[in-house]
Ligand binder design. Sequence first.
Ligand code: PLP
Length: 403
Amino acid sequence: MKGIPKFTKDFTQQEPIPEEAIERAMKILRSGKLHRYNVAPGEKGEAALLETEFASYMGSNYCLATTSCGTSMYVALKSLGVKPGDKVLCNAYTLAPVPGAIENAGAVVELVEITDDYTIDLEDLDRKAESSGAKWLLISHMRGHMVDMDRLMQVCAKHDLRLIEDCAHTMGARWNGRLSGSFGIGACFSTQTYKHMNSGEGGLFITNDDEAMARAIIHSGSYMIYGRHDSRPDLEVFDRVKYHTANYSTRMDNLRASLLRPQLRILDDQCRRWNERYQVLEEGLKKIPGIWVPVRDPKEAYVGSSIQFNIPDADEATIRSFLAAALELGVELKWFGSAEPVGFTSAYHSWRYFGQLPDLPVTNRVLATMCDMRVPLTFNLEDCRLIVDILRDVAARLIKRNS
Ligand SMILES: *Cc1c(COP(=O)(O)O)cnc(C)c1O
């Protein structure tokens, strides 16, 4: 009997950096001027230009480039006014740098349940905002899943919650036509290799708030040469905050920024290409008995740079054998339900540095059977079809359905 062919491409293989970006980067390397403030008088450095261009893409007043999304969240929390001991609400399905940024700011995380479609449970948010008295919400659009943003904003308004968005997986995504990251008082993005623009490491923080951006720029390590930023408020604003703002040294350099500027110009097209792949996978996976793919709201213009699905009836042993059989055929899946954190995957119960964390039964149940797969743009549509065939084959062999 002829078996199903094995998938042989690498799930961590990104596309090359655009030639134009490589040329710019080479120019910077040859000049030796990698530091963002190492510019001639009047010259605009790549980091400053990237900030102006990203702020313009997002329709935001200001942008600051940093070393990672994690540092940009930390700088965002500090510069927007989170104080030590403040409570910060956050959806429990997120990545470890998110609670890490909250801890780094000296604040306390208040985890909120998620629903079966992986987004924050707005009823639990309503309850926990009430019971905790928290005034901050750091929403993480984890793996690109956006909650109904209109309803979220209503809950925020009801409890006077100041919203900060973690858009590591929603760069270029929209809710009802409006860009993810433009709903809160600040938003953070990642330009780490596995996100939507690739500079190895890197982060972007946007806000419309004058004082917050002045503080963020100084926090990021501008010393007293913040005047070399273009995406910034008037210099008087810096005068108000400069003696009271610590330098955390989290600057992005011109080299990384030069890699990102040409990528920003093709971002929307890349998002479209991700979604072509996502839609083939989603269509295919939905038809596999035993596999459940969340239904996405038509208002959610997501970016399908990864796909998640549940095997709701599977126990731990079944999931483990499913993952092993898929891997045997070259399909690399991750699993959020493991008791021990593995690889990049993180589950909230491993963030014990906050002390006792709440028990979140729905989040636990959802994560217990959730699988996760990267969708690099180096896969073509044919590859996506083969992945579906493989998972169908594996599911038919291993998933026993209760119903
Ligand atoms: C990757 C990621 C981050 C952190 O980004 P870094 O740039 O690696 O610090 C934060 N939140 C989510 C949801 C992510 O996926």
